[in-house]
Write a protein that binds this ligand. Structure first.
Ligand SMILES: [Zn+2]
Length: 131
C-alpha cells in the first residue's frame, strides 16, 4: 500500500518520515526531524518523540502527556514556514511551523519556532516557543 506521508511532503510515507521513525536512516536535516516528529504525533508514537527530544531538556512525563492529549486529534497537516541552518553540516537549526488538528470538533493550531541540535549526525529537538 502506498500512502502519502502525513507530514505533507508529497512523498510516500515509507520513504519519508516512516523510514526515519523506524530507524532505517537518520533525519538528514532539522526539518526532516521536525517532519518525522509531526508524523510520530499523528501515530501517537511516544517512544520516538522521547528518543528525538534531547535529554538536556526532555521531560518524559510532559511528552507522554502531550501524546495522550493528542491521541484523538484528527491531524490536518503541517506547514513549514521557515528554516534557519539545520542542514546536514550544521550543528543547530531552527524550524518554524504550523501544525493543525481537530480535537473535540475544534480546529486547533500549533505555531511554533523549534530549536534543534545535531550531535554525531543525529538531530534532536531541544525546545520551542509558541506564537
Ligand atoms: Zn514525511
Amino acid at each position: 500500500m502506498k500512502e502519502k506521508c502525513p507530514c505533507g511532503s508529497n512523498l510516500e510515507a515509507s520513504s519519508c518520515c516512516i523510514s526515519i521513525i523506524k530507524g532505517e536512516r537518520p533525519a538528514a536535516t532539522a526539518e526532516q526531524l521536525m517532519r518525522s516528529r509531526y508524523t510520530a504525533f499523528t501515530l501517537s508514537n511516544a517512544d520516538y518523540l522521547i528518543k528525538t527530544h534531547h535529554h538536556s531538556s526532555r521531560n518524559i512525563m510532559d511528552v507522554l502527556e502531550s501524546v495522550n492529549y493528542l491521541k484523538k486529534a484528527d491531524w490536518q497537516g503541517l506547514e513549514i514556514k521557515k528554516t534557519k541552518k539545520g542542514d546536514k553540516y550544521s550543528t543547530s537549526g531552527k524550524v518554524e511551523f504550523i501544525a493543525s488538528y481537530i480535537l473535540d470538533g475544534q480546529l486547533e493550531r500549533i505555531h511554533e519556532l523549534s530549536d534543534f541540535i545535531n550531535e554525531d549526525g543525529q538531530w534532536y529537538y531541544t525546545k520551542g516557543v509558541h506564537f
